[in-house]
Ligand binder design. Structure first.
Ligand SMILES: Nc1nc2c(c(=O)[nH]1)N[C@H]1C(S)=C(S)[C@@H](COP(=O)(O)OP(=O)(O)OC[C@H]3O[C@@H](n4cnc5c(=O)[nH]c(N)nc54)[C@H](O)[C@@H]3O)O[C@H]1N2
Ligand SMILES: Nc1nc2c(c(=O)[nH]1)N[C@H]1C(S)=C(S)[C@@H](COP(=O)(O)OP(=O)(O)OC[C@H]3O[C@@H](n4cnc5c(=O)[nH]c(N)nc54)[C@H](O)[C@@H]3O)O[C@H]1N2
Ligand SMILES: [Mo]
Length: 703
C-alpha cells in the first residue's frame, strides 16, 4: 500500500487516435494526477509528448467535465440537462432499449470510433452488449478504410516498414501527411535521416509545417496522387530505373501495370496534378536513383534506399483506395523493400495479433445477422424511414468514443437526424460535446488516467498497457462498466459480461503477448522481420506484391489500380470552383481538445487558408469573416490569406466544435456523405466550395 501523501508514477499509454501511441508516465500526489509525461524508457516516445497530451491533467480536471449522469430537460439540442442517479439512468435506458428490441433490435444503432484507441474501452464489453442485443452493426470506416483496403489488396495487410528504419533512408517521401502535427514521433526519425544527408520531399496540396521543413514540396491538387504515382512509374520504365529481378520474383501483374503506366507521360500527369513537368520528372529521378540494382539476384546495396511515409490524408477522396494501391506499389518497382530502410509505411496495425473474437464475442449473435450501417452516412440513415431495403428506421442511437455531430460529413443532415424528437439517444462522454447536446441521457465516462486498457498501434509495433493512475473523477465509470451494468439490467446473463477490465486486457492478445512483461515495463515490442518483404513473402493470396488483384477483379472491379478523379475536383464546377480540404489542426485531435482553452487559444479561431490570388478575386483579406458554401450548406470562418494554399484549393483547418465556432457550424457542414472507391470510406477532402466575404459578423448566429 502506498501512503496517501506519497508521490508516485504510473505507467500508461496515450489513448488518442494517432500513429504514435506514446507511453505515458503520470505523476500522482495524494490521489491527484499532477503531471503527464512521455516515458523515457519507451524508444518511440523517447520521453517527449505532443502539446495536447502533455496538458492531459487540464482535460481530466476540466471544470466542464461531466461528473454525474444527466437527463435531458429541454428540447433536443438545447443542451439543458438535470442530474439523475446512475440507477435511475440505467434503469430507464434499459427499459427503452428493451421495448425497442422487442419489436426489432436492429432499430438500435451503436455509434463509436476512436475517442480512445484502447482495445478494452473501445470494442470489448460494448461489442458484447450489442452482439447479445442483435443491434445493427456499424461499419467503422470514417478514417482509414480506403487506404486500409488499398494496402490489403497490394501488400496483403496493414503492414509496412518499421518506423525506426526511416532514420537510415536516403530519400523520404512524406506523402499525404503533416507529420509534425499528426505523427511527431515519426518526424524525429525523419529528422535524423535528414541530418545524415537524406532528402525529404513532402507531397501535399497544403504547404504544411512539415512541408516547411522538407527539401522539396510538391503541392499537387487534392485527389491526384494516383496520377502522380503512375507518372513516376512511367519515368522509371522510360529510364529503366527498375529492379527487374525483384519485379520478376516477387510481384504479380507487372506487364499489365507497365502498360497502364505508359499511358501517363509527365505532361499528362503535370496537367492532371496541377504541377510542372519538371516537378514530376525530378521526383521520378530522385526515386529512380534509389533503385536496388540486382543483376544476378544479389542485392548490391550500392544505392541508398527510398522510404515512403504515406498517411491517411491522401485517401479521403473518391479514388483514395486506388491511389494508395498505386503508391504502395512504387517500392517494388525499384526493389526498395530489399533494405530495411526502404519501402512504405501507411499503417502497422496488421502486425498485432489482436484476439478480436475473444474481446467482442460475435458468437453472442447466435446465428442472427443484423444489418450493417455505415458510420459515414449517419446523416442520411437517421432520416431514412423503414423500408424493405433499409429495414427498420433507427429508433435509438448509443454513442461512445465519438462526436458524430462534429466529425461526420454533411453535418446539416446529421443534425436534422439526431434532432428527431422520437429518436432515443444515449451518449457516453467526458464533456458536453455537440453530440451530447442532443442526448436523452449523458453518461459520464472515465478518462485514460482512470481506467485499465491495452493498446496496439498503427505507427509502430509495440503493445502498451495502461494502468489507472487515479480513481474515477466524480461518478464517472469506464465504458466497460457502463455496458456491464446495462447488460445486467437487460438480463444478459452470459458469464462474459462479468469479465473485469484487467481480464479483458489479458484477453486482448491472449497467449501471443507476455502479459507479465507488460505489467512490469508497460510495453512489449513484437518480434517482426527487419526487412519484411526483402524476399517477397507478401501475405496476399499469391504471396507476391499484387499490382493486379484477382480478388478485386472477382468483385467486378478493376484488378489493376488506376487514377480515379475526385467527384468534386478543383475547377470542375463554375458555381463551386474551389476544392476544400479540411486536415487536422495541430493542437486538436479530431474534435477532442477543442474545449481545452489553452489549446484552443493557440488555434485561435476556425480558419480558412486561401491563396492571395483567390482571395484578391473575392475582395478577401486576412481576418475577414468569410462564408464558405456549397449545395450542402454554409459555414462562416476567418480568412487567412496565405501561400500555404495553392490557387484553386482552400483549407478549413481542424474539426472545431460547432458551438465554439462563429455561427454554430464547422467544416463538415460542407463535406459530403459519398463513399470512396474501396473500403466504404469518407470523402472529406473531395469537396467543392465557393467563398465570399461575409456580411456583418454580429449577425452570424441569427437565423
Ligand atoms: N495533432 C493531430 N494529430 C492527429 C490528428 C489530429 O486531428 N491532430 N488526427 C489523427 C488521426 S484521426 C489520424 S487518421 C492520423 C492521420 O491523420 P491524417 O489525416 O492523415 O493527418 P495528416 O498527417 O495531417 O495528413 C493530412 C495531410 O494530408 C494532406 N492532404 C489532403 N488531401 C490530400 C490529397 O489529396 N493528397 C495528398 N497527398 N495530401 C492530401 C493535408 O493537407 C494534410 O497535410 O493522425 C492522427 N494525428
Ligand atoms: N472534415 C473532416 N472531418 C473529419 C476528419 C477530417 O480530417 N476532416 N477526420 C476524420 C477522422 S480521420 C476521424 S478518425 C474521425 C474522428 O472522429 P471521432 O473518433 O469521433 O473523434 P473525436 O472527435 O476525437 O471524438 C471522440 C470523442 O470520444 C470521447 N472519448 C474519449 N475517450 C473516451 C472514453 O474512454 N469513453 C467515452 N465514452 N468517450 C471517450 C472524447 O471526449 C471525444 O468527444 O473524424 C473524421 N472527421
Ligand atoms: Mo482518423
Amino acid at each position: 500500500m502506498v501512503a496517501d501523501t506519497a508521490v508516485f508514477q504510473v505507467r500508461g499509454a496515450c489513448p488518442h487516435d494517432c500513429p504514435d501511441t506514446c507511453a505515458l508516465l503520470t505523476t500522482v500526489q495524494q490521489g491527484i494526477a499532477i503531471k503527464v509525461q512521455g516515458n523515457p524508457a519507451h524508444p518511440h516516445t523517447a520521453g517527449s509528448l505532443c502539446a495536447k497530451v502533455s496538458r492531459y491533467t487540464e482535460r481530466t480536471y476540466h471544470p466542464e467535465r461531466i461528473l454525474q449522469p444527466l437527463k435531458r430537460v429541454g428540447p433536443k439540442g438545447a443542451g439543458q440537462f438535470e442530474p439523475v442517479s446512475w440507477d435511475a439512468a440505467l434503469t430507464e435506458i434499459a427499459a427503452r432499449l428493451q421495448s425497442i428490441a422487442a419489436r426489432d433490435p436492429q432499430a438500435i444503432l451503436p455509434y463509436s470510433y476512436a475517442g480512445t484507441m484502447g482495445l478494452v474501452q473501445g470494442e470489448s464489453m460494448a461489442a458484447r452488449f450489442f452482439n447479445q442485443l442483435g443491434a445493427s452493426q456499424l461499419e467503422r470506416t470514417i478514417c482509414a478504410a480506403a487506404g486500409g483496403e488499398g494496402l490489403v489488396h497490394t501488400l496483403g495487410g496493414k503492414l509496412g516498414m518499421r518506423v525506426e528504419f526511416f532514420a537510415q533512408a536516403k530519400l523520404i517521401l512524406i506523402w499525404g501527411s503533416n507529420s509534425i502535427a499528426s505523427n511527431l514521433h515519426f518526424w524525429r526519425y525523419a529528422n535524423e535521416a535528414k541530418r545524415q544527408g537524406a532528402k525529404l520531399v513532402c507531397i501535399d496540396p497544403r504547404q504544411s509545417e512539415t512541408a516547411d521543413k522538407c527539401h522539396e514540396h510538391i503541392a499537387l491538387l487534392p485527389g491526384t496522387d494516383g496520377a502522380l504515382a503512375l507518372g513516376l512509374m512511367h519515368e522509371l520504365i522510360a529510364h529503366d530505373w527498375l529492379d527487374h529481378d525483384y519485379l520478376e520474383r516477387y510481384t504479380l501483374g507487372w506487364s499489365q501495370l507497365r502498360a497502364r503506366a505508359l499511358q501517363w507521360p509527365p505532361e499528362r500527369v503535370a496537367a492532371v496534378c496541377g504541377l510542372t513537368v519538371a516537378q514530376v520528372v525530378g521526383l521520378a529521378r530522385d526515386f529512380g536513383a534509389c533503385v536496388q540494382a540486382a543483376p544476378m539476384g544479389e542485392h548490391s546495396g550500392a544505392n541508398g534506399s527510398a522510404a515512403i511515409r504515406m498517411n491517411y490524408g491522401m485517401q479521403r477522396v473518391h479514388g483514395g483506395g486506388n491511389a494508395v494501391r498505386l503508391v504502395a506499389s512504387l517500392p517494388a518497382l525499384i526493389g526498395a523493400w530489399r533494405q530495411r530502410s526502404g519501402g512504405v509505411l501507411l499503417s502497422s496495425s496488421g502486425t498485432f495479433p489482436v484476439q478480436k473474437a475473444s474481446l467482442q464475442r460475435p458468437d453472442l449473435l447466435a446465428g442472427r445477422s443484423p444489418r450493417t450501417l455505415n458510420m459515414v452516412t449517419l446523416g442520411d440513415d437517421l432520416l431514412r424511414p423503414a423500408s424493405p431495403a433499409f429495414g427498420p428506421a433507427i429508433e435509438a442511437l448509443v454513442v461512445y468514443n465519438s462526436n458524430p455531430v462534429a466529425v461526420a460529413p454533411d453535418s446539416g443532415r446529421v443534425v436534422s437526424g439526431i434532432a428527431r424528437p422520437d429518436l432515443f439517444t444515449v451518449v457516453l462522454e467526458h464533456f458536453q460535446t455537440d453530440t451530447a447536446d442532443y442526448a436523452d441521457f449523458i453518461l459520464p465516462a472515465t478518462t485514460q488516467l482512470e481506467h485499465w486498457d491495452v493498446h496496439s498501434s498503427y505507427g509502430h509495433t509495440d503493445v502498451l498497457l495502461n494502468r489507472p493512475a487515479i480513481a474515477p473523477v466524480g461518478q464517472a465509470k469506464p465504458n466497460t462498466q457502463i455496458f456491464r451494468e446495462l447488460a445486467q439490467r437487460m438480463g444478459f446473463d452470459a458469464p462474459c459480461f462479468q469479465d473485469t477490465d484487467e481480464a479483458l486486457c489479458r484477453q486482448a492478445f491472449g497467449q501471443t503477448v507476455d502479459f507479465d512483461a507488460l505489467l512490469e515495463t508497460g510495453f512489449v515490442t513484437l518480434v517482426t522481420p527487419e526487412a519484411r518483404f526483402a524476399q517477397g513473402n507478401f501475405p496476399t493470396p499469391s504471396g507476391k506484391c499484387e499490382f493486379f488483384s484477382d480478388r478485386l477483379a472477382a468483385q467486378g472491379l478493376d484488378g489493376l489500380p488506376d487514377h480515379v478523379p475526385n467527384h468534386e475536383a478543383a475547377h470542375s464546377s463554375a458555381i463551386y470552383p474551389l476544392a476544400m480540404i479540411s486536415p487536422p489542426a495541430r493542437n486538436f485531435l479530431n474534435s477532442t481538445f477543442v474545449n481545452v482553452k489553452s489549446l484552443r487559444d493557440i488555434e485561435g479561431q476556425p480558419l480558412l487558408e486561401i491563396h492571395p490570388t483567390d482571395a484578391a478575386a473575392r475582395g478577401i483579406e486576412t481576418g475577414h469573416t468569410v462564408r464558405v458554401f456549397n449545395v450542402r450548406g454554409a459555414h462562416h470562418c476567418v480568412a487567412q490569406v496565405t501561400e500555404r494554399a495553392r490557387p484553386g484549393v482552400v483549407h478549413g483547418l481542424g474539426i472545431w466544435w460547432r458551438k465554439l465556432g462563429l455561427d454554430g457550424t464547422n467544416v463538415n457542414q460542407l463535406t459530403s456523405q459519398r463513399l470512396t472507391d474501396l473500403g466504404h470510406g469518407p470523402t472529406f477532402y473531395d469537396c467543392a466550395v465557393q467563398v465570399q466575404a461575409a456580411q456583418d459578423r454580429q449577425d452570424l448566429r441569427q437565423p
